[in-house]
Design a binder for this molecule. Sequence first.
Ligand code: EPZ
Length: 418
Amino acid sequence: MASYIIEGGRRLEGEVTVSGSKNASLPIIAATILNPNITKLYNIPNIHDTQITLEILKYLGCKLKKNHGRIEVNSKNIDKREIPEHLMNQMRSTVVLAGAILGRFKEARFSYPGGCDIGARPIDLHLRAFKKLGINIIEDSGFITCKCDRIIGANIDLDFPSVGATENIILAAIYAEGITQITNAAMEPEIVDLAKCLNKMGAKIEGAGTNIITITGVEKLKSISYTVMEDRIEAGTLLCAGAITGGDITLKYKTPEHITPIIHKLEEAGCQIQIEKGKVHLKANRKLKAVDIKTLPYPGFPTDMQSVFASTLTTAKGTSMIIENIFENRYRYVAELKKMGAKIAIEGKTAVIKGVRRLSGAKVKSTDLRGGACLVLAGLAARGTTTVTNIEYILRGYENLDEKLRNLGAEILLDKEE
Ligand code: EPZ
């Protein structure tokens, strides 16, 4: 397993460019399955999760051309309808590929996406929505087979504004007969990016970014090129890296409106933040102030920033409280932070963080993607050496994180011990 080795105590300074969004890239890559013509995508981050998704497209019969962040997908000759189990199990969010395969071919087969490190991750909302669209679903021995003659537009009310379910319904309904309306839809910027890309292809999606989205079925889509949005969670992670080290950093990042709750919380913690055209500048005091965080669906504070912000608060002055409202098991990183001297108590959905003077370097293990990132940030600020192991989790969602941090002055090395 690979590790990061970090010498803590360096203030981060300088400028860094935020990569393309993982969570916009995955559904947008899925959307190319719907389009029998060529789709050119730009700003796709080169991370494990996009690599896996592209491998599945190749398996289905898509022809791919890759050149760094530029991907060309030719979906003309797709000859399979099944997502291979070994790839499905590597990444549960491949479930959005099912919606795209269904939308185009009215048939899809995939294995139950396993739970993951942050919760059970059920897909009941996805399946219930597919049934509303007239799709027959057979679940047997861990596999799900979806099939129908026609996909008929329907009114779908989501019990919870699920990001994945909202994306899957949009993808499955693009060619549906009639109109599909999603009520209590997720409003995340990644949904807006998916809709913008599909509408550029000729789809008819209205209301993306609000809690009511309408999809009017169309007959065909056309070849386009599309640039994927920037990664708002990477932007938040880099700002927190600046904050925890008392640093002075500038992000080359054009959509600060996507990270308003993160910016407000960093300001409440005592950071000065300036927004200029295409840039976000953060200057942090040596000592941050404790703040309270509650994770909520967008536009609330994002759950993906919960662990990263928690590590930022471990050395703040005072006691912080975090309430995790989205996933039921997203505190696994806490045991690792405590090895570094953090004072955190967990009670159900709530974490109480008592600020300590300084963390101490230790050998710690990534528990999941964002839990791993939080340990890297803790290592940047800790006294001495921190080794973060199992960083394959981190490589799933952050493109060249160690290189970006090194360019900001961090002492971090990737140890690819085989
Ligand atoms: C997306 O996951 C993101 N992943 C997650 O980011 C993010 O944390 C999450 O949205 C919330 O913003 C991608 O976009 C690839 P949900 P998703 O469906 O779609 C429950 C990261 O670190 N639920 O909005 O799986 C579910 O259990 C990842 O980049 C059901 O109960 O999230 C969870 O408690 C982690 N039934 C809540 O809803 C369902 O059918 C939110 O899940 C679906 C979801």
